[in-house]
Design a protein around this ligand. Structure first.
Ligand code: SAM
Ligand code: SF4
Length: 483
């Protein structure tokens, strides 16, 4: 079968609708209506956001159009407060694992696109995957996201084999306990196969919600050229019972305010269709330069650092129960600024070339094998140290997913005291493991201090003694303990 015609029948189903849930004109009308909101308008929205509820599009439009420095500061303060309330003082760590850069698509912004002759093409063998995973585990990673282009070399059965391989690797210090994936949209049957091998979050970014821009970025004769196939892929994931889903936008393709509205409408569509279950995470990558990819050097709608900061805070305020991922595409400085505004997950120790963990033990420079260049190439330990300095607990926890608390179950716990009683203790245990198994003395000292401060907060609560007991067990060599 011609690979590019693989989903032809499925595409026809989506072509039957005369509209989808993204109405470009309506989004612009909402943004234009609130061209210049008053302080009182903004404060009214913040008053609602304080209650930790998902905002309506018009309310988010007011925040997006706010240009008043005073109330922008109030937005930042509230975003920080909501992050603390919903997620506590913890940041979850992961690292990507690039499996293949072969791709039949031709996205204008991406170094992997088929017309990029400067890219060295490679798909990892099972032995090479094992080698990469061993290095990741030896550096302290417990969570990964597997990344693939869309090509005949990386169809769903191959993806399943790669996931099984990742989970099968055990070293003296442990294993990868959660493998998420970032790949092309799939059919319900394909997604069921991924569910069966135990994927964590299924991530697909819409890239841009703006229909015309989407057409310009993704040629018609490619699979990715079909906007609706991508837009409805999380609906298919839910139908396949893959219920931890990650959506995202590639910022820089179109107006950032429109894109935030798109993410909100996508969230609302999923909540309304699937019993209140919206996306598990939202990603908000900005375009970074990629070898042989002129568009990526000068994107049409490059987002400034100050707008980026605003969009992170506005997302936090608009969808308080959705995890937010800030990747190493961003520089150390930008990450330091936006983490307190609502980010719940970051990657560190990141290498994004195919086979790059084995090839570049520390420095991340393999331009002809990288999808784009990253902004923060520090080691995992450097970033854990900095997160300690920022007074957050670095977490490698995978408990919810392994206990089946995903989708609707996860939403229930996220909206309760669960984070305080379970997630924070579990974060404490995984940081303790990290400090014992991987950290140099300096990080150990910082980490132990953070642990002490956070354990103190549980004094007098029923869970306090269980935390101390588990920490003792971890010191005595037990691993992978969780509440
Ligand atoms: N090939 C699959 C797809 O397109 O959905 C999955 C993985 S793709 C390798 C991961 C994501 O990287 C894309 O969804 C896109 O948002 C992002 N990306 C592509 N080019 C980029 C660039 N130049 N800078 C930053 N992120 C980029
Ligand atoms: Fe391929 Fe994904 Fe890159 Fe597009 S973004 S060229 S689909 S790897």
């Amino acid at each position: 079968m011609n690979f590019l015609k693989k989903y032809e029948k499925e595409f026809a189903e989506y072509d039957k609708y005369d509209h989808d849930f993204i109405d470009d004109d309506k989004i612009w009308a909402q943004l234009n209506k609130w061209e210049n909101p008053s302080r009182a308008d903004v404060r009214q929205v913040l008053k609602k956001a304080e209650k930790c509820v998902r905002l309506e599009p018009e309310e988010t439009a007011i925040l997006l159009q706010n240009r008043d420095e005073g109330t922008i500061q109030e937005m930042y303060e509230l975003a920080h407060q909501l992050k603390e309330e919903v997620y506590g003082d913890r940041i979850v760590f992961f690292a990507p694992l690039y499996i293949s850069d072969e791709c039949a698509n031709d996205c204008k912004y991406c170094g992997f696109r088929r017309s990029n002759t400067l890219m060295h093409r490679k798909t990892l063998s099972m032995d090479e995957i094992e080698q990469e995973v061993r290095i990741m585990i030896e550096e302290g990673q417990k969570r990964t996201v597997l990344v693939y282009g869309e090509s005949p070399a990386t169809q769903v059965d191959f993806m399943c084999d790669t996931i099984k391989k990742v989970y099968s690797v055990k070293t003296e210090h442990g294993e990868i306990r959660r493998a998420n994936i970032n790949c092309a949209p799939l059919t319900v049957d394909e997604l069921k196969k991924l569910k069966a091998v135990g994927i964590g979050t299924f991530q697909v970014f819409q890239e841009t919600y703006h229909h015309q821009t989407y057409r310009e970025m993704h040629p018609k004769d490619t699979i990715k050229g079909n906007y609706r196939w991508r837009l409805y892929c999380m609906d298919r994931a839910q139908q396949a019972k893959v219920d931890d889903n990650g959506i995202g936008v590639l910022f820089g393709l179109y107006d950032w305010r429109f894109e935030v509205m798109g993410l909100l409408y996508h969230t609302i569509h999923l909540e309304e269709t699937f019993n209140g279950v919206g996306p598990h995470t939202i990603s908000f990558p900005r375009i970074n330069p990629a070898t042989g990819t002129p568009f990526s050097m000068h994107p049409n709608y490059a987002v400034s650092d100050s707008d980026f900061k605003k969009l992170v805070a506005i997302l936090r305020l608009s969808v308080p129960y959705t995890g937010m991922i800030c990747t190493a595409r961003e520089s150390e400085k930008v990450r330091r600024e936006v983490i307190p505004l609502g980010v719940s997950q970051i990657d560190a120790g990141t290498r994004i070339g195919v086979g790059a963990y084995a090839k570049s033990k520390s420095a991340n420079r393999l331009p002809d094998q990288e999808q784009f260049s990253i902004g923060d190439s520090r080691s995992l330990d450097d970033v854990v140290g900095e997160i300690c300095d920022m007074n957050f607990i670095s977490s490698f926890c995978t408990a919810c997913y392994r206990a089946g608390r995903t989708g609707e179950q996860f939403m229930k716990v996220a909206k309760s005291r669960f984070v305080h009683n379970f997630c924070i203790p579990n974060a404490i245990f995984t940081l303790k493991e990290y400090l014992l198994d991987y950290a140099p003395e300096e990080t150990k000292a910082k980490g132990e201090e953070i642990l002490k401060q956070h354990i103190e907060k549980f004094k007098g609560e029923p869970v306090y003694n269980r935390i101390l007991e588990n920490l003792k067990k971890i010191e005595n060599g037990e691993r992978d303990l969780r509440l």
